[in-house]
Design a protein around this ligand. Sequence first.
Ligand SMILES: [Zn+2]
Length: 120
Amino acid sequence: MHALQSRPLPPRPAVNLTDIEGTGATETAHRLGLNPAAAASLAYRGREVLRTHYVRRHAAPAEPPCERALDRFVAALRGRATERYRAALQAHLEMCGPCTGATSYRRELNASVSSPQRAG
Ligand SMILES: [Zn+2]
């Protein structure tokens, strides 16, 4: 098998078909050459990628020293932060007023695109 053929499909086409074009699950799976469960999983992952990008993009501007903290904060909001990330984020929030001040807004932003998850 060619290396490109063995790579996983990007999730965006599944999201486009199901959520934007309104294509049914069976047709989406057929068009992507997947079984329905795999197509649904791909669409689910694609929605999560879009939510994460949305929250990261609109989470309030971060100054360069805060960029990594914001990445960690978004990962925590999306339920994907490791313990090490959480500890580093907590340490940053204890000494950074702007990030601490933006915490509520960032949580609300995350809640607006999905069921809220714990952060920080
Ligand atoms: Zn900060």
